[in-house]
Design a protein around this ligand. Structure first.
Ligand SMILES: [Zn+2]
Length: 166
């Protein structure tokens, strides 16, 4: 199927919640009134599609990214995460190595401080990169001002996340 073909997204409007529990978990059951909305996926870049919720007449914005753009963004997040992890590994190795060699690097020294900064930056890059990689989705629901709202949800239409092809 060509990626720019028209497909459908299912929008859910929250109609009620009730507590739910099982033997080993408890949580909340949410019920949605669903409506299907056709949209077109761009071949490149992204665009915004307007959806109207039939349950409450709210106008919602759906951002649709092309698969190519979505893949590119995921790849960048993954590269950032990889660089961050390497930085963490290298700083830890230098730190441990100097400990074992009997000449620990004192933290207040310029070298110690830059190692610490590099370690923290690496950890942050790894965290942000992995988070971004996991959460990048070609479809995202927006209202006019905020990202999504608590009454509406995309119930289907997003691609399954394929971890083997970033
Ligand atoms: Zn609604």
């Amino acid at each position: 199927m060509p990626s720019h073909e028209q497909t459908t997204v299912v929008l859910g409007h929250l109609t009620g919640r009730s507590p739910a529990w099982g033997l080993t978990w408890w949580g909340e059951e949410r019920r949605y009134r669903t409506s299907a909305h056709p949209y077109r996926r761009p071949e490149t870049g992204d665009h915004i599609v307007e959806l109207r919720c039939p349950a409450c007449d709210a106008e919602l914005l759906l951002r649709v990214r092309s698969l190519a753009l979505s893949r590119l963004i995921r790849k960048r997040f993954l590269i950032a995460a990889a660089i961050g992890l390497v930085l963490v590994a290298v700083t830890v190795a230098i730190g441990l190595g100097s400990e074992y060699a009997g000449t620990p690097i004192p933290l207040p020294s310029p070298l110690g401080t830059s190692l610490l900064v590099a370690f923290l930056a690496g950890a942050a890059a790894a965290g942000i990169g992995l988070y971004g990689w996991r959460n990048e989705s070609a479809l995202r629901l927006y209202t006019e001002t905020v990202k999504g709202d608590e009454h509406h949800r995309l119930l289907s239409g997003a691609e399954p996340h394929d971890a083997s092809a970033p």
